[in-house]
Design a binder for this molecule. Structure first.
Ligand code: NOJ
Length: 732
């Protein structure tokens, strides 16, 4: 018998010996954040009424809870111990959106691996990550926790995270179960308000929102979490289409589904049910296996079964899914945690990975006249000004329950240690925080800037302004930051903005007042050294935007893979509100898809990111002009590093299906690769594309690749114009 068969046998044997109350116990997760093992918890464990706990990270308490479950309960079933280990445990990696800006699955996987190893030292064996909700609305605070707007980038990085958390062997010490969340559609909440409604047509759901989840399921993710949101009238936690039809019938998923925090009881608040009992009925019937931090299952499942409304088969199926995950994790063999056998917290390796991830996540949005990198040799004084230059907690970002702020190295400290011996580094916070409207320190800031060779402004938003339930309607720099920029600009000295934020911001009101912008997201523990190295040219920036930066909030949703529409905007068809003749006929203003008071393009496009090197893409070519369905094509480019700086570049491949039975995006990312080029080096990069990679769900909701004409582009951003064409023909 192979291991999966042995596990199935053990699941069946255990299930056969369980009482109904023990089964319902496995389906119930309890918040255990008290900091000790209270009596109700210990009793619940002894009586087999709890299958999982969350939010306990004291290893001695975790071991004690496991001991009670394993040694004092009738069946000795160990516990899943859950925690939000989202972008690091003690050592904090950049926020997931920043990690996505690396376009580097290897560093993302390593970051998740380190998070798993550190969390495992405290007995955590289950993280509620990765969050893989496609996010196309930067107002939504949870975009910080996402991997951005793109299906392919999110899917590949989702797989990297799952592999990092779960390791090569899930039963090995230091591997923890992952949880793909939030199933599904959460990123489409109306106007970016957290928890709000989503309305997503089925083709869009399948072609966009579900794809990263399918990738995570194929990669063996242990668990899935439902979304808080309402999807097309049925909240995700009661959504049979998602949880049964798609997940089980179509994808054959055999892991388990946990609700979000109390989201079962919230079905009543949504207006779907009258009371907790009906909520339990809807959720379990739809396919939720475990309830997080609520008591609808524990209070009502038994009577629902007694009344014959819920079948014992459904309960057995839910419990089997949960037990299977516990067996796969090796918990029955090894339920206890011995931190001594795991690598130490904040090891050299962990800090190095955090620094590498931060380095690769920084996106240089602009760099006029090559003002960057700064030269420690030719400068004498540098001014560091702004609320986020020395904010060790804020740079860590959202979701850092366990993050160790003591480990955090700020840009101010890192710059001092890097160049403090060679030049005069002057620091002024200038604003108490990013939201501050007090400008009393601005005169002093101007004086410092005036008497320095260059000013680096550290701007952005604190971590509290993004993340769960932290959405914003205005995503420009908060407080008086734009005014600070304007005042510093007036000195006539070079100004560089380093922006730390949990989302894309609208930078229109400052972009022309600074010479360079480094967008650093919330870069985590090692953000300071990474930013210092980039500012002073020890490393070249190499991050690329994982989400489009709008000019104004009214452009949202704006994303690179939009549809063409019947009247696409172009430079020839647009008009601007300041230039129009108000007496002109209504039909004279271009008549295309744009806003009169802004522009049809974003401020910075998806995939954009500059380098200290200069990459020239010479050409694009395909291995043939025509391929048959079922075959592959190679699409290649040759690029040269035309500079004397060695640097990474992220080479991106986009494809458009020109005519199809449903309208298709104007561009979809179909491949990307981070490559390193030495000065003067020329490299050929090839992408192998199978016709299945171009498949989509059409009118009949079946996934197919349709023959026809395709365009392919390769370049360093989604705005690349380097194009090739090919054709797919039926396979006779
Ligand atoms: C609610 C959040 O939506 C979810 O992402 C998180 O994992 C749980 N709370 C547990 O903290």
């Amino acid at each position: 018998m192979n291991i999966p068969e042995i596990i199935e046998q053990r699941v069946a044997a255990l299930l056969a010996s369980m009482t109904l109350s023990e089964k319902i116990g496995q389906m119930s997760q309890v918040n255990a954040s008290e900091g000790y093992a209270p009596d109700y918890l210990a009793d619940g464990l002894r009586e087999g009424r709890i299958g999982s706990v969350l939010n306990v990270v004291d290893v001695s308490i975790v071991n004690e809870l496991q001991r009670i479950a394993v040694e004092e309960s009738r069946l000795g079933i160990p516990l899943m111990v859950g925690r939000d280990v989202i972008h690091g445990f003690k050592t904090i990696m950049p926020i997931p959106l920043g990690q996505a800006a690396t376009w580097n699955p290897a560093v993302v996987k390593q970051g998740a691996r380190i998070a798993a190893l550190e969390a495992a030292t405290c007995g955590v064996n289950w993280t509620f990550a990765p969050m893989i909700d496609i996010s196309r609305d930067a107002r939504w605070g949870r975009i910080a926790e996402s991997l951005g707007e793109c299906v392919l980038l999110s899917s590949e990085l989702a797989v990297a995270m799952v592999e990092g958390f779960q390791g090569d062997d899930m039963a090995a010490r230091g591997s923890i179960a992952a949880c793909a969340k939030h199933f599904a559609g959460y990123g489409a909440v109306e106007s970016g308000r957290d928890y709000a409604t989503t309305n997503i047509p089925e083709t869009k759901l399948r072609n966009v929102y579900l794809r990263p989840f399918k990738a995570a399921v194929d990669a063996g993710v242990s668990t899935l979490m439902t979304s808080f949101s309402d999807l097309n009238g049925i909240p995700a936690t009661a959504n049979e289409f998602l949880l049964r039809q798609v997940l089980r019938d179509e994808w054959s998923y055999d892991g388990f589904v946990v609700s979000d925090w109390d989201s079962i009881r919230q079905l009543q608040v949504h207006g779907l049910t009258e009371n907790d009992k009906e909520s339990a009925f809807e959720a379990v019937s739809a396919g939720v296996d475990m309830e997080m931090a609520g008591d609808a299952f524990s209070h009502h499942l038994d009577s629902l079964i007694e009344e014959g409304r819920v079948s014992i088969e459904r309960i057995d199926n839910a419990v089997a899914n949960i037990l299977r995950a516990k067996f796969r994790l090796g918990l029955f063999e090894d339920p206890y945690t011995n931190p001594e056998v795991l690598p130490p917290i904040a090891s050299e390796d962990a800090l190095q990975t955090a620094k590498q991830a931060a380095l690769e996540s920084v996106v240089m949005l602009k760099n006029d006249h090559a003002v960057l990198p700064l030269s420690a040799e030719s400068l004498q004084t540098v001014a560091l000004i702004g609320p986020l230059a020395d904010a060790p907690y804020q740079q860590l970002g959202t979701w850092i329950f366990d993050g160790d702020v003591e480990l955090s190295i700020t840009p101010m400290h890192a710059i001092h240690s890097l160049v403090g011996h060679d030049l005069d580094v002057r620091y002024l916070r200038a604003m108490e925080n990013s939201r501050s409207k007090a400008s009393d320190s601005f005169d002093e800031a101007v004086e410092i800037a005036q008497s320095s060779d260059v000013t680096v402004l550290f701007l952005g938003e604190e971590s509290i302004l993004s993340g769960e339930a932290h959405s914003r309607a205005d995503i420009s720099l908060p407080g008086d930051q734009a005014e600070l920029v304007r005042r510093i600009r007036e000195t006539g000295k070079p100004v560089i903005a380093v922006i730390l934020a949990g989302r894309p911001l609208t930078l229109t009101n400052i972009v022309d007042h600074v010479d360079a912008i480094l967008f650093a997201w919330h870069p985590g523990t090692m953000g300071g050294p990474a930013i210092a190295d980039i500012l002073f040219g020890l490393e070249s920036p190499s991050g690329k935007l994982p989400a489009t930066f709008p000019r104004v909030v009214g452009q949202i949703p704006i994303y690179y893979s939009q549809k063409n529409s019947g009247k696409p905007a172009s430079w020839d068809t647009i008009a601007h509100i300041d230039e129009i003749d108000t007496r002109a006929p209504q039909t004279s203003l271009g008549m295309s898809a744009f806003h009169l008071d802004t522009h049809f393009t974003p401020l910075f496009a998806f995939g954009h990111g500059l380098s200290y090197a200069a990459f020239e893409y010479h050409r694009i070519w395909t291995s043939s002009n025509e391929i048959a369905l079922g075959d592959s094509i190679t699409i290649s480019t040759e690029l040269t590093n035309q500079s004397d700086v060695a640097a990474d570049e992220v080479v991106q491949l986009y494809v458009r299906d020109l005519v199809a039975s449903i309208t298709r995006p104007v561009k979809e990312l179909k491949g990307f690769r981070r490559v390193h080029l030495k000065p003067g080096e020329t490299l050929t990069v090839e992408f192998l594309l199978h016709t299945d990679d171009l498949a989509f769900f059409g009118r009949d909701m079946r996934i197919t690749t349709e023959p026809g004409e395709f365009h392919a582009w390769i370049g360093g951003s989604s705005e690349t114009q380097l194009r090739a064409e090919f054709r797919i023909v039926p396979n006779n």
